[in-house]
Design a protein around this ligand. Structure first.
Ligand code: NAD
Length: 256
């Protein structure tokens, strides 16, 4: 296990680039940290939305069911924060890597849609996404843009008169089976997993690096802080921000 700190980031990027140049395929596993440099606050970092709204309280399905109006205030701000954000260099380099056949796909815990907006095609939204809302009674699905515009700031309702629920996974809800299945497919198609910006504590998503390791993948981790993956399941931990690492990786891939 190798841990690279600030003076070793370029070397780590070259190590990964030479594996990729040798034909190894990657799958990415991303968390809130990759979008921090796009101005979307992480759950566990300081600042922004989550100083105001405790995710344990506001992002639970019980709160949504029992106090939807209260949760809706948080959701409105969450939509604004995600829609105002732009993909950063890390999102963009991953999209380019997919286009170049180096990355088979991305398993993301994020709901912000930034990977897709950067151009990534095969993205498993393990916790769903912000683009649609559904009725749990009649199972109709609506595009966010249509219902939020139509409702003009009110809690969006289905045509049947019931509340629409955003299609992301609240704490206490199960992970969609197709997300789990496709995550395993991506892992099976890869030899390397690059974990970026995840604290590795939200289960079951946090099991993905362990599944990858057990399937024989080499696990790289990019995170300025150490996590339960560091020095354990991660073969290589690079302690820096996502934008710095992917800027160096892009350069190293060009030279490899
Ligand atoms: P987390 O908030 O638990 O951890 C974020 C991690 O990112 C931390 O380990 C932190 O050290 C790291 N980090 C901070 N700055 C970074 C940077 N510049 N580059 C790389 N890493 C950086 O996030 P999580 O592990 O994804 O789990 C929390 C849950 O929060 C997930 O389920 C996710 O769905 C949800 N969430 C999503 C968003 C989003 O969609 N952008 C934002 C907040 C929370």
């Amino acid at each position: 296990m190798t841990i690279y700190r600030s003076d070793g980031v370029k070397k780590a990027a070259q190590e990964l680039a030479s594996l990729i140049a040798g034909g190894k395929k990657c799958v990415a596993f991303t968390g809130a940290g990759i979008s921090k440099e796009s101005e979307i606050p992480t759950f566990r970092g300081k600042g922004g939305l989550w100083d105001k709204y405790d995710p344990a309280e506001y992002a639970s399905i019980d709160s949504f069911n029992s106090k939807p109006d209260k949760v809706w205030h948080m959701l409105e701000e969450l939509y604004d924060v995600c829609l105002d954000a732009m993909p950063n260099k890390a999102h963009k380099v991953m999209a380019k890597m997919e286009e170049d056949g180096q990355l088979v796909g991305i398993i993301t815990q994020n709901i912000d849609g930034l990977h897709q907006r950067a151009g990534s095609k095969d993205v498993v939204e393990f916790h769903g996404g912000i683009e649609t809302l559904s009725c749990r009674h009649c199972h109709l699905t609506f595009k966010r843009k249509d219902v939020l515009d139509r409702e003009g700031g009110q809690f969006p309702m289905c045509d049947c008169g019931r509340l629409l629920k955003p299609d992301f996974v609240f704490f206490g809800e199960p992970i969609p089976q197709d997300a789990i299945t496709h995550s395993y497919e991506l892992i099976n198609d890869s030899q390397i997993m690059i974990c970026v910006g995840t604290s590795g504590v939200v289960v079951p998503a946090a099991q993905m690096p362990y599944t990858a390791k057990q399937s024989g993948l080499k696990v790289f981790e990019v995170n300025p802080e150490s996590t339960p993956l560091t020095g354990d399941v991660a073969d290589v931990s690079i302690m820096c921000g996502a934008v710095e690492f992917f800027t160096d990786l892009e350069e190293a891939l060009e030279e490899a």
